[in-house]
Design a protein around this ligand. Structure first.
Ligand SMILES: [Zn+2]
Length: 426
């Protein structure tokens, strides 16, 4: 159920869309101007492209700037240690430094770490809850930031961190833990272990809600947790390099609302151009809140799409529709990204195809998409199956399959790519 009142569901979340748009554009302009003034790496990048801070007034203007990726930050931090020219405050004002794989050193200014609390509040975490926080408390920001956000909502946090399955389970029983924060796969591992110990999750534990990030929450896992174990689930999307949570679910389980602490774009990773709502592309974020970090247009490498549809919860921020994989797992076919995972869900949903391979080729000026599908049952009606496959595929991926070849089970080699781009560009 949507939460409609309280400390972290307030005027800021329900501001009329036009006002939010204007506010974010203003913040974006200020953030870019600040980064230009104080972060040498961003100033260099903008000078090289000939763009002045005064040129960045609207969301669309951001397209004039290149996307900075993880590898760029790693290289810059090597050549300009320790922060690569992105630090925008004097060193003594950095409150904490997180370290992401790379390594990447991420400074955080002391102000405004409360924004995370919105995600937990929306998921129903409150005073009186006892929550295991199973994210790591060292190096990366997850453990500490989630801990503080849960505290802002009033919840008691059990500082378990990662791993230690048996201790986690014991603590969950002894302390009557009713909330879990971690990855879906770790919660599933805990449930499995409880089963091995002859414990019944519903009877022997008090767990009623779970909050996930860091990993895709598969619809089947969500269903199992909610229906079989009575656990209310919520998820959020975040990346460590630009400083944390970017979008979160509100209780409707219909996409994740964007945080106003970032400006988020969905782009075509090859051109850097923004894509309209409904089209899948790379998530690119510009932090607007972290005063220590002058990063502009960080390319996350994750794929999603946006929806501008109003949400019944009353929050007016646009939503990410889901996370569909990594930019490398997608191929653009006739202008639309086909994502391996989405394609797989659509094809498997017919129940009649085992393994499959999608191949993109080029015929004249047109991309062609061929599906090679291993039939589970040789006697299946191929014509109606082909129709069903194309219907499901089109509604998920918005592109039509041109040719469907049914092949015998076991025809595809043991190791193969499900989505293969065999176009030759000459
Ligand atoms: Zn909502």
């Amino acid at each position: 159920m949507a939460v409609r009142t309280g400390k972290y569901y307030d005027a800021a979340e329900t501001v009329p869309p036009k006002e939010r748009h204007a506010l974010l554009e203003k913040r974006l302009h200020l953030a870019v101007a600040r980064a230009y003034r104080l972060a040498p790496a961003t100033r260099d990048m903008m000078d090289k492209t000939g763009v002045r801070p005064s040129d960045i007034r609207s969301f669309k203007d951001l397209e004039k700037l290149p996307v900075t990726r993880k590898m760029d930050i790693i290289e810059l931090q090597k050549s300009h240690p320790p922060y690569g020219g992105f630090l925008t405050v004097p060193q003594e004002e950095v409150e904490r430094v997180f370290i992401s794989p790379g390594p990447i050193y991420e400074p955080l200014h002391s102000s405004r770490i409360e924004w995370f609390a919105r995600a937990f509040w929306a998921a129903g975490f409150r005073q009186g809850d006892v929550v295991v926080n199973t994210f790591t408390y060292h190096l990366s920001p997850a453990g500490m930031l989630f801990h503080e956000a849960l505290r802002h909502c009033g919840a008691t946090v059990v500082v378990t961190g990662v791993g230690n399955t048996d201790i986690q389970l014991q603590a969950m029983r002894d302390l009557k833990v009713n909330g879990f924060v971690g990855t879906p796969s770790f919660l599933m591992a805990l449930i499995k272990r409880a089963g091995e110990m002859d414990l019944d999750l519903r009877k022997d534990f008090a767990i009623k809600k779970a909050w996930f990030t860091g990993e895709m929450l598969a619809p089947s896992v969500r269903k199992t947790l909610e229906n079989e174990y009575g656990i209310n689930t919520s998820q959020a999307y975040g990346v460590t390099e630009p400083g944390g949570a970017i979008a979160y679910e509100c209780g409707q389980e219909a996409g994740m609302h964007l945080m106003d602490e970032y400006f988020t774009e969905i782009i075509d990773p090859r051109t850097g151009k923004q894509l309209p709502p409904g089209e899948i592309g790379e998530i690119v974020v510009t932090p607007l809140h972290n005063k220590a970090w002058g990063l502009v247009r960080f390319g996350t490498g994750d794929l999603s799409s946006l929806t501008y549809e109003p949400c019944p919860c009353g929050r007016t921020a646009h939503r990410l529709t889901g996370i569909y994989g990594r930019a490398g797992d997608a191929v653009k076919v006739r202008g639309m990204f086909v994502v391996a995972r989405q394609a797989e869900e659509a094809i498997i949903a017919t129940g009649k195809v085992g393994r499959f391979r999608l191949v993109v080729t080029r015929s004249g000026e047109r991309d062609e998409l061929t599906l090679k599908a291993e039939l589970k049952d040789e006697s299946a009606d191929r014509e109606s199956l082909a129709r069903e496959l194309n219907e499901k595929f089109q509604s998920a991926c918005r592109v039509k399959i041109d040719f469907i070849d049914f092949i015998l089970a076991g025809t595809l080699p043991e190791k193969y790519q499900k989505l293969s781009d065999e176009r030759k560009w000459e």
